[in-house]
Design a protein around this ligand. Structure first.
Ligand code: GTP
Length: 664
C-alpha cells in the first residue's frame, strides 16, 4: 500500500472502464416512476417549452459523451500545473488572457504560498477540427501531504498530463504521482514545461521519463506555461490520447460525490462525477451511505466559477446543491453514491473511497476560551472542504477546551492552521505535531494512541505492556550526487536505516531510507532542503510499525504536569527536548510571589530543571531592627501568603506564555 497519505483502495478508472459483468449489467430503462429518463431531460423539456438555453448550454447539449475528456495534471510541486491550467483556460476561452492568475488556486493560502492544496475542477469547451469537445480539467496538488486529494481527482479522470520541469527533471513526487496514476489505469501524456528557462534541458527530462516510466516520449509535448509557447499543441494531444469517459445517460443516475464545500447561503455544495443517467433541479436524490433524501436545487458546471445548467449528464463533472440545503457537513461523505429516489434497487453504488489515515496530530485551543464555539464552527466548516482532517474534542487544564486534530502531514497541518486564521479569523494555539504510537499489551491486545494523555503510566507500562512501537516510513529522496554525504548524515542523525541507493542519471541519486515518522514530522523537509541548497525532493510511503523505546516526556510546573505540552518521543530525544522545553518555558513565565520550578520529566525521572526565583517583598524595610516580635510576625505572614498562592491552583500562568512557548 502506498503512503500514510494513501488510502488502500480507490475507485479506479480502469475499473470504471471495464465493461460490467452480465450479472452487473443494469437495464437501460430507469426507475419505475420514470419510464424513460431522457424524455424527462430538461434540455428536451426546455425545447418543448421553448425556454431559451444559454449559448454555452446549447453547445454542451450537442456534445456526445464520446467527445468528453476528463483529465488532470500530474506533477511534482512547483513544476507549473497551475500556470499551465491558466493557459489552457485561456486557450479555450474559459477566461480572458491575463484576466486572472492561477484561477484554480482559489484559496488565499494557495495564492500566498503558491501551492495547490485543494483540488479544483474546471469545465472547458474546445473546438477541434470543426467539432466541439467538453473538457474537464482537474487541478491536483503535488505535495506529498495531499496525496489523497490527488487520488480522489484521479477517480474522475480518464487520463493525465505528466508534467516535468525541463530544468529540474523528474523529482520524487513525479515518481510517486506517476505510480498512483498508472495504478489507476490513467492514460499519460508526457509534457515538459519551462522550456523557456536558460537552464532548461528538455532532452534530459525526456530521457528520464523514458527510462524511469517507460513512457513513449515521442508523444511528449514541450511547452512553456509561462510564455504560452506551444501550449496550443496540448489540447489536440489530450483529445487524441485520452479516452472519453464511459457512461449511459439513459440509465438511472449513478452519481459519485468527489468533493464538497460549504456556502453560507446554499449549504453544502457537492462536486460530483456523473457515471450514469442525468440530474437536474427538482430531482429527488438519495444517498447510499446515509439513506437521506434531498431535492436538487441547482446543478451546474465550474466554468471556472459555478455556472448553473439545466442538466448534468453521464460523463460530466459538475456541482449540485439541494433545496432545502444540506446543512450538516457530515452528510456529505466523499466517495458516496447518489441516485434518484425509487432507483435504489436498480443502481449498484460505486466502490467509493477509503478514509485517509491521519498520521500527524496536534491539539488546537482558542486563545480566548470564550472563542471555543467560534473555533468549533470554523473547524467544522474547513472539514467540509478537507475530509482528511480528523477532529476530536479535548480539554486541557492549562488551556481549557480545545480539539485534537489529525493531519496527513506537517504541511497539511500548517496549511490548515493558515486557513483557519485567514478564512475565519480564529486565533489559535497549536501544540507541536506528534505521531501515533502502538501499544502491544501482554494479553495480546493492540491499541494505537494518538493522544499523549492516553500513554500508560509507569506502573501500567511495567506490568501490562509487552512492547511499544512507532510508525516508520519508506522515504525516497532524490538529489544531485554532490550532496550524498550530507543527506546520508542527516538520515543517520534522524535514526534512519538505508535501504538502497541508485543513480538514475550520471549525477542524480535516488536514496531510500527507513525513517521514523516522528523524525520526518520534526522539520525533516526543512533540514533536507537546508543541507542540499533546496535541490533535494522527498516522497514517502507508510512502511511498518517497529519496536521502539518511546516514552512520555512531560513538562511539570511546580510538580504539576502541563497536560497540553506532554509528548510521546523516542528516548534518544528526551534530554535535548527536555532542556529546550525548560529553558524556553522559563522565558515566558513571569516571576511570581513564590518560587516556580519548571521540570521536564519522564515518569519520575527528571531530565531538566529551571527555577524562577520569587519576588521577595521587603516587608521589613520600614521596621526598627529591635522590634523582633513584629519582625517575626510579618515574616510568618509573608510565608503564609506564599503558601496560599501556591496552594490556590498552583502557578497561575498567563495564556500568552503557552502561546509563546508553543510558537514555532
Ligand atoms: P503546486 O500547486 O504547488 O503544486 O505548484 P504548481 O505545479 O501548480 O506550480 P505553479 O504553476 O504554481 O508554478 C510554480 C512556479 O513556476 C511559478 O513561479 C510559475 O510562475 C513558474 N512557472 C510555471 N511555468 C513556467 C514556465 O513555463 N516557465 C517559467 N520560467 N516559469 C514557470
Amino acid at each position: 500500500m502506498r503512503g500514510c497519505l494513501q488510502p488502500a483502495r480507490w475507485l479506479t478508472t480502469a475499473t470504471l472502464r471495464r465493461p460490467l459483468l452480465s450479472s452487473q449489467r443494469l437495464p437501460a430503462i430507469s426507475c419505475n416512476q420514470h419510464p424513460r429518463l431522457f424524455h424527462h431531460s430538461p434540455i428536451f423539456q426546455a425545447r418543448q417549452s421553448s425556454k431559451p438555453l444559454s449559448p454555452v448550454e446549447e453547445r454542451i447539449d450537442a456534445i456526445p459523451i464520446e467527445r468528453y475528456r476528463n483529465f488532470c495534471i500530474v506533477a511534482h510541486v512547483d513544476h507549473g500545473k497551475s500556470t499551465l491550467s491558466d493557459r489552457l483556460l485561456e486557450l479555450t476561452g474559459t477566461i480572458k488572457a491575463g484576466e486572472n492568475k492561477q484561477v484554480l488556486d482559489k484559496l488565499d493560502v494557495e495564492r500566498e504560498r503558491g501551492i495547490t492544496v485543494k483540488a479544483q475542477t474546471c469545465t472547458m469547451l474546445y473546438n477541434y477540427e470543426g467539432e466541439d469537445y467538453l473538457l474537464h480539467l482537474i487541478d491536483t496538488p503535488g505535495h506529498v501531504d495531499f496525496r489523497t486529494e490527488v487520488s480522489r481527482s484521479y477517480a474522475s479522470c480518464g487520463g493525465a498530463l505528466l508534467l516535468v520541469d525541463a530544468s529540474q527533471g523528474v523529482q520524487a513526487q513525479t515518481v510517486a504521482n506517476f505510480y498512483l496514476a498508472f495504478a489507476q489505469g490513467l492514460t499519460l501524456v508526457p509534457v515538459v514545461n519551462k522550456v523557456d528557462l536558460p537552464s532548461a534541458d528538455p532532452d534530459r527530462a525526456l530521457e528520464q521519463m523514458r527510462s524511469t516510466f517507460e513512457l513513449d516520449v515521442d508523444k511528449a509535448v514541450l511547452v512553456s506555461a509561462k510564455t504560452g509557447r506551444n501550449v496550443q499543441e496540448l489540447l489536440p494531444s489530450i483529445i487524441k490520447n485520452i479516452p472519453a469517459p464511459i457512461g449511459d445517460a439513459t440509465k438511472p443516475p449513478r452519481i459519485l460525490l468527489v468533493d464538497s464545500w460549504y456556502s453560507t447561503y446554499k449549504g453544502v455544495i457537492l462536486l460530483t462525477r456523473i457515471f450514469d443517467g442525468e440530474v437536474k433541479a427538482g430531482d429527488q436524490l438519495v444517498s447510499f451511505a446515509t439513506g437521506l433524501k434531498y431535492i436538487v436545487g441547482e446543478v451546474g458546471i465550474m466554468y471556472p466559477n459555478q455556472t448553473p445548467q439545466s442538466v448534468l449528464r453521464a460523463g460530466q463533472v459538475g456541482y449540485i446543491y439541494f433545496n432545502p440545503g444540506m446543512k450538516r457537513s457530515q452528510e456529505a461523505k466523499i466517495g458516496d453514491t447518489f441516485t434518484k429516489v425509487g432507483c435504489e434497487k436498480l443502481v449498484e453504488p460505486l466502490p467509493g473511497f477509503e478514509e485517509p489515515k491521519s498520521m500527524v496530530f496536534v491539539a488546537a485551543y482558542p486563545v480566548d476560551s470564550n472563542d471555543f464555539p467560534h473555533l468549533e464552527e470554523s473547524i467544522n466548516q474547513l472539514l467540509l472542504n478537507d475530509r482528511s482532517v480528523t477532529m476530536q474534542k479535548e480539554s486541557s487544564e492549562a488551556l481549557g477546551a480545545g480539539f485534537r486534530l489529525g493531519f496527513l502531514g506537517t504541511l497539511h497541518c500548517s496549511v490548515f492552521e493558515d486557513r483557519l486564521r485567514q478564512e475565519h479569523g480564529a486565533s489559535i494555539i497549536l501544540t507541536p505535531p506528534t505521531v501515533p504510537c502502538k501499544i502491544i499489551w501482554k494479553d495480546g491486545e493492540e491499541s494505537i494512541i494518538t493522544n499523549p494523555s492516553h500513554f500508560p503510566e509507569e506502573d501500567t507500562l511495567r506490568v501490562k505492556v509487552d512492547e511499544l512501537q512507532e510508525p516508520y516510513v519508506l522515504a525516497t529522496i532524490t538529489f544531485p550526487e554532490e550532496y550524498l554525504g550530507r543527506v546520508m548524515e542527516l538520515c543517520e542523525a534522524n535514526r534512519g536505516e538505508q535501504v538502497s541507493m541508485e543513480f538514475f542519471t550520471a549525477t542524480q541519486v535516488i536514496l531510500k531510507y527507513q525513517l521514523p515518522l516522528a523524525q520526518l514530522v520534526d522539520d525533516f523537509f526543512g533540514k533536507l532542503k537546508g543541507s542540499t541548497k533546496g535541490y533535494a525532493s522527498i516522497d514517502y510511503e507508510e512502511s511498518e510499525w517497529r519496536k521502539s523505546n518511546v516514552v512520555k516526556l512531560q513538562l511539570l510546573v511546580n510538580k504539576i504536569p502541563v497536560d497540553a505540552v506532554s509528548r510521546v518521543v523516542h528516548s534518544s530525544q528526551t534530554s535535548r527536548l527536555g532542556r529546550q522545553w525548560v529553558t524556553k518555558f522559563k522565558e515566558h513565565v513571569e516571576r511570581q510571589m513564590f518560587e516556580v520550578i519548571i521540570q521536564a520529566a519522564v515518569g519520575r525521572n527528571v531530565i531538566a530543571r529551571e527555577t524562577i526565583k520569587p519576588y521577595r517583598k521587603d516587608v521589613l524595610a520600614k521596621l526598627h531592627a529591635s522590634d523582633i516580635t513584629r519582625r517575626r510576625k510579618l515574616l510568618e505572614k509573608q510565608k503564609e501568603g506564599r503558601k496560599r498562592l501556591k496552594a490556590v491552583g498552583n502557578v497561575v500562568i498567563d495564556h500568552k506564555a503557552f502561546q509563546a512557548f508553543l510558537a514555532k
